[in-house]
Design a protein around this ligand. Structure first.
Ligand code: ZN
Length: 195
């Protein structure tokens, strides 16, 4: 009975979609088998089940737009302060196109030019635009490398209040008056840039 009901199947799958039970076919490609013995796709994939051959091929579709390339502009949130003037950012836009959550990059800020401001160019939770320098072992490295780059949104690091732009790369807190340095993007606080 079981043998006669076996049919070839093919289609698209999202990550986690169940494609077959492990007894049905030997899987190849981008899959995992869960505790119940169900073969599931690890990525957005196409799959092809050949019932007679008992063969299941799962091919992950590379999502080009999801992987930043050198020269891409990314917008993301600074979520970790790393050693050596580096930060981890979570990217949510690549070249103005929204991306799925979970893509991170290392923002390399380097040393500030002498005489420009005080303090770090970015702070935790800032939203920044940065340019991708390169991808090494799947890790994207970005920098505030040209005039389009910089902080798009920030809050006072002392009290969390809203800030306004000041001359010379400073922001001033509208609540507590605290003045602090940021490397600001030209379109700082632009709703278009951060949404
Ligand atoms: Zn403040």
């Amino acid at each position: 009975m079981k043998g006669t009901s076996a049919k070839d199947r093919e289609g698209k799958a999202a990550p986690g979609d169940g494609l077959a039970v492990i007894e049905e076919a030997i899987p190849f490609g981008d899959f995992y088998v869960d505790l119940q013995g169900i073969v599931r796709a690890t990525k957005v994939s196409t799959f092809e089940l050949k019932a007679l051959l008992k063969e299941l091929k799962v091919r992950g579709i590379p999502m080009r737009s999801q992987v930043p390339k050198p020269g891409d502009y990314v917008v993301g949130t600074v979520d970790e302060d790393l050693p050596e003037d580096m930060y981890s950012i979570t990217i949510y836009k690549i070249n103005n196109e929204e991306t799925k959550a979970g893509i991170t990059a290392i923002l390399v800020t380097g040393r500030r030019p002498r005489g420009r401001g005080e303090g770090a160019p970015v702070e935790l939770n800032d939203i920044v635009r940065a340019k991708i320098l390169g991808v090494v072992d799947g890790i994207a490295f970005a920098a505030l490398s040209d005039d389009r780059c910089g902080v798009l949104w920030t809050r006072c690091s002392r009290c969390g209040g809203k800030v306004a732009r000041q001359h010379g790369g400073y922001v001033r807190c509208l609540k507590c008056g605290n003045r602090e340095y940021r490397r600001l993007a030209p379109d700082f606080l632009s709703v278009d840039a951060i949404s």
